[in-house]
Write a protein that binds this ligand. Sequence first.
Ligand code: SF4
Length: 241
Amino acid sequence: MNISLKVMVFIDKNKQIFTVNNNDVEEILFLLQEVYPQAKTALHYENTFELLLAVMLSAQTTDRQVNRITARLFPKIKAGPEAVLAMGEENLAKEIKGCGLYRQKSRQIIETCRILVEKYGGVVPGNFEALISLPGVGRKTANIILSTAFALPALAVDTHVMRVSRRLGLAQGKNAYAVEAELCRIVPPSCWADLHHRLIAHGRKYCRARRPFCHICPLAGKCRYYSEKNSRRLPGEEIPV
Ligand code: SF4
């Protein structure tokens, strides 16, 4: 594995200095690969357009709920963006009503479909700038589409990726953009897509936002958060969250 950076130096909120070197990164990537060899998106889709809609719908909505909605919606829009335009904003809003922010999403999806038809021949474009110019498509969504549908090197940072990579000590950025830049510096591009899916899987299974399961976590031995909390722990005391 070709990891270019030798050592990263971080200073945490307690002013403690810690470092992440190539060996740490390699071991974390290896452990994630061992634990989540097949990690992939939980969203159901059959083509790039459906993936785009599913990701747009997933903001503030669980993947399970999105899958319930798209199971009904996708058969009605097999013709792609034109079919969504024909359905219209009001009807689309009814179809996706189980999502958070469904009215805003309905408006953005209709506008996105209009641009796809008028500017891209009804096809989802495979480049970052074009994707983020679509209403409702931000950096994270664009990176998911590029890495998942186009197999291009892109690293999408969502709330799980951000939390888990910060706890593991792979990043310390305070926003998704900063964490993305840090991860892209220390992880080879060929690993970005898998890392995204594996960090999400780990965030859901062990490294939950509240009360992570550190005591049974397979990455505890390489985790900065665990090592810091454990070093301050009294005998018998749980790892604080
Ligand atoms: S040891 Fe705890 S904080 Fe670290 S990755 Fe595992 S669950 Fe997350």
